[in-house]
Design a protein around this ligand. Sequence first.
Ligand SMILES: [Zn+2]
Length: 143
Amino acid sequence: MTQSAQPAPPITPPVPQPESDYYWEKCKAHELWLRHCKSCDTSYFYPRDICPECFSRDTDWIQSSGKGIVHTFCIVHRGPIPAFRDKVPYMPAIIELEEGARIVTNLVEVEPDPTVIKIGMAVEVVFEDMDDKISLPKFRPVS
Ligand SMILES: [Zn+2]
């Protein structure tokens, strides 16, 4: 079997939904915003109107500092679908933000080396402009 010489297909951008329109607008402005429950004072991700902790609808938006720590990560060496074939190695991660919410993202600007990336490592958000509508929040080590 020979490997395909065709270029990898493009990565499909996220599709904003009514509950996440504001989140994506702020990401486009390179700001990270989270949903916050006023009933139980919990910040959470992904954006949705109902609090996942207490099911209250008394929620609003807060701006994140964009700072947090690595909760967990992995290093992908083989793209699971053709669109990611040329992106390896990449580093999916869950970041625990200062506000308490955990966000699924990717680590960037760091060597894909498990002896370099550490659980609890301080990171900060950076934005990758995917197209004219979507900017993805990613995280790099705090220098
Ligand atoms: Zn709540």
